[in-house]
Design a protein around this ligand. Structure first.
Ligand SMILES: Cc1cc2nc3c(=O)[nH]c(=O)nc-3n(C[C@H](O)[C@H](O)[C@H](O)COP(=O)(O)OP(=O)(O)OC[C@H]3O[C@@H](n4cnc5c(N)ncnc54)[C@H](O)[C@@H]3O)c2cc1C
Length: 262
């Protein structure tokens, strides 16, 4: 089974980032970066499936030069090949374009499964997986928490996480795309020594973003960021009760009763 895992490098946001002067983008220049948490689980699941059923996992990432770090991580974890779609630094590329370019590059090779994380931890849109499946013309399942390959049927059986403790069990004909939920397995530990070794010796195939865009009709951006601002919760929605525990309990009872809850 040939599996392609999409890896994204995301900023580690530990303190509040500033909005840039354009009022539309965050200044993340001072933040360290790492492999998107969901992608570490997608990578692990791909490696386990390849190990169990035969085949290889490859990794692909679209981003500026520093994004190659996640690809070295993927190779050190056990991926056989890595493709870096190199984008210009500091350029905002919308999700429609990212998915289009990923799809064009993925289509050049053969694959049975494409895996992405459910979401990226920094910008939270969950668009890439579903859009990519659409562009590749293959079925997809989101929030996947278990995968089983059905060799005889050329299919995968997957469990999807639903709200309220329910599980959705599906069979998808291959090729298919899965967006992987955290916790599906435990990502393996990669020592810094092993990572350094791969950075010195491993090969990453470089592809130019502009070259891929120019192959055929350009994927024109379809969304426009109008503004970005800190969320201000409405203070009127918060009421702090005061007094003794008994007095607060009485007040709480009155509030709930007046709202018809009790
Ligand atoms: C902290 C946090 C908590 C949230 N909690 C909830 C919640 O409780 N309930 C709820 O309903 N929603 C929640 N959301 C919102 C929800 O998760 C988002 O709407 C959405 O899931 C996130 O999409 P995304 O844009 O980050 O994913 P995408 O950008 O679509 O990324 C998904 C995957 O696509 C691939 N990918 C993306 N870009 C690239 C690239 N350049 N190169 C290669 N691969 C790539 C990666 O595999 C990645 O993991 C939360 C969001 C955040 C940030």
């Amino acid at each position: 089974m040939e599996i392609i895992v999409c890896l994204r490098q995301t900023a580690i946001i530990k303190e509040e980032p500033k909005v840039q002067s354009d009022g539309k983008t965050l200044d993340l220049s001072g933040f360290n970066r790492h492999l998107n948490e969901w992608d570490a689980y997608a990578l692990e699941e791909a490696l386990l499936l390849a190990q169990k059923y035969g085949g290889d996992a490859s990794v692909i990432s679209l981003g500026p030069g520093e994004a190659q770090e996640v690809l070295f991580y993927g190779l050190a974890a056990g991926a056989k090949r890595a493709i870096h779609i190199l984008t210009p630094d500091q350029q905002h590329i919308d999700n429609w374009t990212i998915a289009n370019v990923l799809a064009r590059v993925i289509k050049k090779g053969s694959f049975d499964l494409v895996m992405t994380g459910v979401q990226a931890e920094d910008d939270g849109c969950a668009e890439i997986g579903a859009t990519l499946a659409h562009l590749l013309g293959i079925p997809h399942a989101s929030l996947v928490m278990r995968v089983e390959y059905e060799q005889g049927q050329n299919a995968v059986k997957v469990d999807r996480e639903l709200e309220a403790g329910y599980v959705d069990s599906l069979r998808l004909t291959l090729p298919a795309l899965l967006t992987i939920q955290t916790g599906i397995s435990q990502p393996r530990y990669i020592s810094s020594m092993r990572l350094r070794r791969f950075k010195k010796s491993a090969t990453i195939t470089k592809v130019s973003f502009e070259d891929i865009v120019s192959e055929g009709e350009g994927p024109s951006p379809r969304e426009e960021v109008l503004g970005l601002y800190p969320y201000q919760p409405e203070a009127s929605q918060v009421e702090v009760l005061e007094g003794s525990p008994e007095a607060m309990a009485d007040q709480l009872f009155e509030r709930l009763q007046s709202k018809g809850v009790l």
